[in-house]
Design a protein around this ligand. Structure first.
Ligand SMILES: [Zn+2]
Length: 359
């Protein structure tokens, strides 16, 4: 078989919060990052992600999040914008459905393709070679929008294919948000167990990111069939409970899962949060993370879940990254013989084994 040339390699980013940036924060993702920066005039968290940047960077597949907004108990009632706050499961559900509606509208406008099956994915990758439109797999980050476990089949019908149970604490389990140095205790609730069981039956992928470790083991012990970490780093190098212990990383690999490494400076270099003058680079810091995970799990389980628009931006990202279009540079910090796997094939293989054959 002919090897794809480097520029035609369809990159995968396993975690971007595209819709939330539009529906909660009012960003126009149909513009280039440069245009967004000119409009927003921000000094921090400047835009790095937009639809034209994904096209320009050859990012063919994105796990695009569907979120609940922010729980009042986590962020306080003064969080801005107020419209991003939710108090009840019904409010969370409304936020999430608005985000799905945006993805559907983008698809109608020809800006993206929603991927719900292996057939969708394969067809998309053919079209992508010519039109460079990103394909989106919808991933719920924090399951509070699922008001009742029995609603799950409706979410499946709507196109959702992956779910992480928590961000902060949800009614389904103990979550770790951005991480704590004193490791948070707590696992799945009774509803969390029930949700996972239904997810397993319907065909959902389980994303363990943001779940406290006890909950991860509870789900793994019950042999959940399709597991990944859409965005997390190695706890051994970034020692908070937001990241994965060696045992969890090995367990994900044993179950044929993939782990998407996060490109946020504070997750790549723990000292950066205290001292933002420390230069964080792909060449140094991401290389170290990638090598560490590969040594434990093997390169076939390493991917990129950049999270570049997850509440941070240009100033909080590695030096080599101006926009998400620079993601291909990750290829130069992993061994040449595994570049294609890390940037593309590992996640594509995962999707081919995890998604249903037809939608
Ligand atoms: Zn996240």
């Amino acid at each position: 078989m002919k090897q794809p040339s480097w520029n035609n390699l369809p990159l995968v980013d396993s975690h971007l919060d595209l819709a939330e940036n539009v529906t909660l924060f009012g960003r126009d993702l149909t513009l280039s990052a440069a245009e967004i920066r000119t409009i927003e005039k921000r000094a921090t968290r400047q835009a790095t992600v937009s639809l034209p940047e994904l096209e320009r960077g050859g990012i063919a597949v994105v796990f695009a999040t569907v979120t609940a907004g922010f729980l009042a108990a986590d962020v306080g009632e003064n969080f801005e914008p107020r419209s991003a706050i939710y108090h009840t499961p019904e409010e969370a559900e409304t936020q999430a459905l608005t985000q799905i509606a945006l993805y559907e509208a983008w698809e109608k406008q020809g800006r993206v393709r929603l991927l719900k099956s292996v057939n969708d994915l394969n067809h998309h990758l053919q079209l992508w070679q010519n039109d460079r439109k990103p394909g989106l797999v919808m991933l719920m980050e924090g399951a509070d929008p699922i008001v009742r476990v029995r609603d799950l089949s409706q979410w499946w019908q709507r196109g959702l294919r992956m779910i992480g149970l928590s961000f902060g604490d949800t009614k389904y389990g103990t979550g770790v948000c951005g991480g704590n140095s004193t490791f948070k205790q707590g696992g799945l609730t009774a509803e969390g167990f029930a949700l996972l069981e239904q997810m397993a039956e319907l065909g959902f992928v389980w994303d363990i990111s943001h779940l406290a470790e006890e909950g991860i083991w509870q789900g793994l012990d019950r042999k959940f069939p399709r597991v990944c970490a859409s965005h997390a780093n190695a706890q051994a190098l970034t020692p908070t409970d937001r990241h994965l212990s060696d045992d969890v990383i090995r367990a994900i690999a044993e179950r044929n899962g993939v782990m998407g490494l996060v490109l946020y400076n504070g997750f790549l270099e723990p000292r950066w949060k205290q001292d933002t003058s420390i230069a964080v680079t792909l060449d140094d810091h991401l290389r170290r993370q990638a090598n560490y995970v590969a040594n434990l799990a093997g390169w076939e389980h390493v991917g990129i879940g950049s999270d570049l628009d997850g509440g941070f931006g240009l100033e909080e990202s590695p030096a080599e990254i101006d926009t998400v279009a620079d993601l291909r540079k990750v290829g130069s910090v992993v061994p040449a013989e595994v570049r294609e796997q890390v940037l593309s094939a590992n996640w594509l293989n995962f999707l081919r084994s995890a998604l249903p054959q037809t939608a």
